[in-house]
Design a binder for this molecule. Structure first.
Ligand code: COA
Length: 382
């Protein structure tokens, strides 16, 4: 393949917006065997996915006047599993790498990654990381084999469809919405040591996309003003990703296709059966992302399930929210308590990481040796 020298520069909203949106429409992300392609519709704001991060950058690749590639990056401070005082790190997240199909395998993707890494270095980043489908050969080859990223974690993305019937919530469980300061207090107290916990959790909670934080606990117990917590409790926050961008399925597994179609038919012709309506994923839809899911105590699995039902019931009132998504560490037992469809979920999202500073190379190898049981997935990176 010939090598095309593209010019890499920062994204300019006025002149580049339409071309980036067009590129996004043409580039499905998914494994090479075309089982499933998720397309993103950024609704006129291609930079929306990183806009909520403290520091961000979007680069474009130009060949003459044609925009042929794009990449986005954001920087923040998070918890890493190292002994204090080195338990905080500046991490750079890479997302949204796309190269126009006609210009692939000509070095453009590499040029974009290289330039974004330079921006990370200039901004004192300790580690860069990215997430991809483990079957996306082009992406894995590029990051792992060419740029030396290390396979770091394999969290599970759990996806549950929203039915049109609300679930019944047990009357033995109390559910309460927290004030932002209360939520921040609980997160800093109970989750600050969890890997990738964002140091600026207050900004995440105050963001208008956070719909709220809820706790569930056995009715009759309470959270005391002296910091006392119930014998069992669970907590989670909800981020309305559908306000930022929409998703659409480009091509689905046959089984999913058949089930969606036949179920819609059933819903139309046999409403008396009260079959749950399964969403049509082929038209743009929004989703809720549940983050900061935490539980404590012997009954907490049931409380997590109740909170998930509560979020589901909230979603039934939102016109275009068709799925509820969350992401947990690969070996986190939480996944047994979060309702999800295996068919729609990705049980091995691959996170790859690279040390941006020479002195962090050994520490990264140490980090990869012991995958933690828990992971905080920032909704700003979904
Ligand atoms: C992934 C993607 C950005 C690569 O862009 P690109 O411009 O083709 O990448 P490059 O030409 O710089 O290739 C760099 C390396 O990637 C690997 N690579 C790229 N495409 C590949 C393919 N189809 N199969 C195997 N390896 C591939 C090779 O190792 C290559 O190194 P080499 O040139 O020394 O052989 C592009 O395929 C794409 O836009 N895919 C769809 C969107 C997507 O999946 N993005 C990744 C999300 S994380």
């Amino acid at each position: 393949m010939g090598f095309e020298v593209a010019t890499i520069r920062s994204y300019e909203e006025q002149s580049d917006r339409a071309q980036v949106e067009d590129l996004e429409r043409r580039c499905g992300v998914g494994p090479a065997d075309e089982r499933l392609f998720l397309l993103t519709d950024t609704m006129g704001d291609p930079i929306c996915r990183i806009r909520n991060s403290p520091t961000y950058k979007m680069l474009v690749a130009m060949l003459d006047k044609e925009l042929v590639g794009v990449i986005q990056g954001s920087i923040k401070v998070v918890t890493v599993e190292r002994p204090p005082p080195k338990d905080l790190a500046r991490v750079g997240y890479i997302l949204g790498l796309r190269v126009a199909p006609l210009h692939r395998q000509k070095g453009i993707g590499s040029s974009l990654v290289r330039r974004l890494e330079e921006w990370f270095v200039a901004n004192d980043v300790d580690y860069a990381y990215m997430a991809t489908d483990k079957d996306n050969v082009a992406s894995v080859e590029l990051f792992v084999n060419k740029f030396g990223y290390i396979k770091f974690r394999t969290p599970a993305i759990l996806v549950n469809p929203v039915h049109n019937q609300p679930f019944r919530i047990s009357s033995n469980v109390a559910i309460e919405k927290l004030k932002i300061e209360e939520a921040e207090f609980l997160y800093r107290r109970f989750m600050a040591s969890v890997e990738f916990f964002p140091h600026d959790i207050d900004h995440v909670l105050k963001n208008k996309l956070t719909m709220g934080t809820w706790v569930a606990y056995p009715r009759g117990e309470c959270f005391g003003s002296n910091g006392q917590v119930p014998s069992s409790w669970a907590m989670l926050s909800v981020w309305n990703s559908g306000e930022l961008f929409k998703l659409r399925l480009g091509k689905a597994p046959l089984s999913c296709l058949i089930y969606t179609k036949s179920s819609s038919l059933m819903d139309k012709f046999f409403p008396c059966f009260k079959l749950p309506f399964l969403p049509d994923f082929f038209h743009p839809f929004g989703f809720y992302f549940m983050y900061g899911v935490h539980r404590e105590g012997p009954m907490s699995g049931k409380l997590v399930r109740t909170l998930c039902k509560f979020v589901h019931n909230m979603a039934t009132k939102c016109k275009d929210c068709k799925v509820i998504v969350t992401e947990v560490a690969g070996n986190d037992t939480l996944r047994h308590h979060i309702p999800h469809w295996k068919l729609l979920s990705c049980l091995e999202d691959l996170w790859c990481m690279k040390a941006m500073k020479f002195e962090e190379k050994n520490s990264l190898h140490e980090l990869t040796k012991s995958p933690p049981a828990r992971l905080f997935v920032d909704p700003r990176e979904v």
